[in-house]
Ligand binder design. Structure first.
Ligand SMILES: C[S@@+](CC[C@H](N)C(=O)[O-])C[C@H]1O[C@@H](n2cnc3c(N)ncnc32)[C@H](O)[C@@H]1O
Length: 250
């Protein structure tokens, strides 16, 4: 078993308490990152970290707290130069802001490769073919149905077996395109399967590893501080025929 549990949890706690980065990160999502890390440690799953849609780096840097020393990170956004392609204005990537936060919050900023451009195009370039297998993939770029579906297909190609994809704003009424794009993807023959909802995010993993990932993740979430305090954690439900773990907000 890999031994990054304690350090990841401690770093996440410090990050959560002290960061003041503009962006979106619900407390329950931090528990989920910790639960995913424990699951990956137990199963010896390794791989890179990749986010589409960095904005100022809030969620990227939460994930970076759990990136192991041997793992690379990829921070993809249109950033300032590409904002004319930011069709739905769901955020506004700033390379200047991100670089400042990366320097402050990453223990090794040089492990992160900044990738500037449109994810729907980058998915078909040499970059996508050369990226190593990814174990933590955050999908938070363009929020139209077409962007969400395209970014999921990108994730499907690069995620390692048992890797986890965090899809943002899945039930956000301001961004109905996300659930439409995910539904369109699920109606193909997908090799990524949903396994949990937490905060504003849907979590997906590879179909073969789904039962194992769901079982371990659920057990870790049941022991997370929010659950212990309120005793109001929900169990498994079904969504489009997929078993998913759900959890209350908070
Ligand atoms: C909601 S924000 C991301 C929030 C961020 N994940 C956080 O933790 O705060 C969406 C980001 O996606 C970027 N974006 C929009 N369309 C994109 C595209 N086609 N390719 C890459 N990035 C895109 C925007 O520039 C913006 O920074």
């Amino acid at each position: 078993m890999l031994a990054s549990n304690a350090t990841c949890r401690q770093r996440l706690t410090d990050f959560q308490q002290h960061e003041r980065i503009d962006g979106w990160l619900q407390p329950a999502v931090v528990y989920a990152v910790d639960a995913v890390q424990r699951t990956h440690d137990e199963l010896n799953i390794t791989g890179a970290l990749l986010e589409i849609g960095v904005h100022h780096g809030k969620f990227y840097l939460a994930l970076d707290q759990c990136r192991r020393d041997t793992e690379a990170g990829y921070a993809m956004d249109l950033y300032e130069a590409g904002q004319k392609l930011n069709l739905d204005k769901s955020g506004r990537g700033s390379l200047a802001a991100f670089k400042g936060h990366l320097k402050r919050w990453s223990r090794d900023p040089s492990a992160t490769q900044i990738v500037s451009g449109d994810s729907t195009r980058l998915a078909h370039t040499e970059f996508a073919r050369s990226v190593p297998p990814v174990r933590l993939f955050s999908l938070d770029g363009g929020h139209t149905a077409a962007h969400a579906a395209s970014d999921l297909r990108f994730a499907e190609r690069v995620v390692t077996n048992g890797g986890v994809v965090f899809v943002d704003d899945i039930f956000n009424p301001e961004w109905p395109g996300v659930i439409e794009g995910v539904a369109a993807y699920l109606h193909t023959t997908p090799s990524l399967s949903p396994f949990a909802f937490v905060g504003n995010k849907l979590l997906m993993t590879t179909i073969s590893m789904k039962p194992e990932i769901l079982r371990r993740y659920s057990a870790h979430m049941g022991r997370s501080p929010g659950c212990k305090k309120t005793g109001m954690c929900f169990g498994d439900k079904a969504w489009f025929g997929h078993a998913v773990h759900t959890r209350k907000r908070g």
